[in-house]
Write a protein that binds this ligand. Structure first.
Ligand code: UDP
Length: 482
């Protein structure tokens, strides 16, 4: 599991605990992820007691490189191998459940697994345990991803834009919105061979949990429910409770949270553009240069989470003098115009600061939820997975973003960068319109998790879900496996 999946799972476990103390939750994952979660949990005093369990598998029959943490450096075949290798966790999971049955005298109350691990449905069924899938993506993006992989609609047309099953005709998708894996897929390739059966199995689970909000994604949720025909509970926004300081990433960045907040404090409301491409991505050298020039020409203040460009080791030192315009970092520093943060920034804390007026993002779902939950309009630069569909939804359905470009190979030009930044951050016109709409979405997100007399929709949804799993084994306190 990548970072963008792991953290929502942890937050889901936290949420279940906060709503009901009768459950014991065990997070089950591979050793390195468990180690990461262990340090995260132990550093966060607010985290309730959550059990962790490691699944060990022998990787001898999988040709995986030693460091699979950063999928950017892997070839298509290796990434496909990485996915396929997850099925080798089936046996260790069965063993773990048998051990729990022995220890607790009963099987776990339910299993909640990632939507990509469809194989876990068969495991749960064989133990007669209810199973639910959790999609860490939004409803619209999940449906687009699911439908594209299951139906490969782009293969039956040569047109650049086409409709896809599950979406109304007006929501046309373009080839440039499909990731290279999907574009190359024909149903017999190794990608289709993983995704098609896994997603089909996930459709046979007892229902899906989705990190979204009923009132914000009513359109996408409606489509998803119609298409998958099993219950979907919208339980978001799941926001990281643990700041990046606690995640131990701060040391890489060269800027601590306090400096960052002080820097933001020195800028007026809505005046700063925050730029980050998530936990896995970077852009190419030419794009980086054009982005820097465009930023400088726009005259707007910015925080930019920088990583070495494509083709370089993303975790290596960022050499501003090599990859950015001459004296760019120094100039930005001297004029208090821009702050470059290396590798990892305290994202949610930045987005929640009132100086931030827009987020230039790869539109990963967590970043999208975090931006929307703070009422920050987005400039989209989707790169992989379902990011292009998240961007499409934010732009076309919500009207709180503009897409700058797509992908890591696209040609972007400084003039366009400047133009888009000025439009989204403008005090009047489209910028103002977007900010107003974003503020409404923020209110809806806050209301969804409000724990007052009426209770927000996401809380009610979660309580309904918990009542259902409990009713499956009445009056028993039980363990939840996620
Ligand atoms: N993130 C962060 N600081 C960074 C980059 C990312 O805190 O410098 C967090 C971000 O807040 C989000 C997650 O990492 O919670 C990224 O998840 P997302 O789904 O947006 O993208 P992914 O990394 O999965 O592509």
């Amino acid at each position: 599991m990548a970072h963008g999946h792991l953290i929502p799972f942890l937050e889901l476990a936290n949420l279940i605990h906060r709503r009901s103390s009768v459950f014991t939750t065990t997070i089950v994952n591979t050793p390195s992820n468990i180690q990461y979660l262990r340090s995260t949990i132990s550093a966060a005093s607010s985290t309730p007691k959550i059990h962790l369990a490691e699944l060990h598998y022998s990787s001898t029959d999988h040709d995986l490189p030693p460091n699979t943490e950063n999928t950017e450096n892997l070839s298509l075949d290796q990434i496909s191998t990485l996915f396929h290798s997850s099925t080798a966790l089936e046996l260790p999971l069965r063993q773990l459940i048998s051990d729990i049955v022995q220890k607790d005298g009963k099987p776990p109350l339910c299993i909640i697994s990632d939507v990509f691990f469809g194989w876990s449905v068969a495991v749960a069924r064989s133990f007669n345990i209810p199973i639910f899938n959790f999609t860490t993506c939004g409803a619209y993006g999940t449906l687009a991803y699911l439908s594209l992989w299951l139906n490969l609609p782009h293969r039956s047309t040569t047109a650049d834009d086409f409709s896809i099953p599950g979406f109304p005709e007006r929501c046309r998708f373009r080839r440039s919105q499909l990731h290279r894996f999907l574009l190359a897929a024909d149903g017999t390739d190794s990608w289709s061979k993983y995704f098609q059966p896994q997603l089909s199995s996930a459709l046979r689970s007892d229902g899906w949990l989705c990190n979204t909000v009923e009132e914000v994604e009513y359109f996408g949720l409606g489509l998803l429910r119609d298409y998958i025909k099993i219950p979907v509970w919208a339980i978001g926004p799941l926001l990281p409770q643990t700041s990046s300081r606690r995640w131990g990433k701060e040391k890489d960045s060269g800027v601590d949270l306090e400096n960052c907040i002080n820097w933001l404090n020195s800028h007026p409301k809505n005046s700063v553009l925050y730029i980050s491409f998530g936990s896995q991505n970077t852009i190419n050298e030419t794009q980086m240069l054009e982005l820097a020039h465009g930023l400088e020409e726009s005259g707007k203040a910015f925080i930019w989470v920088v990583r070495p460009p494509l083709g370089q080791d993303m975790k290596a030192e960022f050499r501003a003098h090599q990859w950015l315009p001459d004296r760019f970092e120094e100039r930005m520093k001297e004029t208090n115009r821009g702050l470059l943060i290396r590798n990892w920034a305290p994202q949610l804390e930045i987005l929640s600061h009132e100086s931030v007026g827009a987020f230039l993002s790869h539109c990963g779902w967590n970043s999208t939820v975090e931006s929307l939950s703070q009422g920050v309009p987005m400039i989209g630069w989707p790169m992989a997975a379902e990011q292009a569909y998240n961007s499409k939804m934010v732009v076309e359905e919500m009207g709180i973003g503009v897409e700058l470009t797509r992908g890591k190979e696209s040609e972007i030009e400084r003039g366009k960068v400047k133009e888009v930044i000025e439009m989204v951050m403008g005090e009047s016109g489209k910028g103002e319109e977007m900010r107003k709409k974003a503020a409404i979405v923020k209110d809806k997100m806050i209301a969804a998790i409000k724990d007052d007399k009426q209770k927000g929709s996401s809380l009610r949804s979660l309580e309904e879900f918990l009542a259902i799993i409990q009713s499956k084994r009445e009056k028993t306190n039980g363990r939840v496996l996620v």
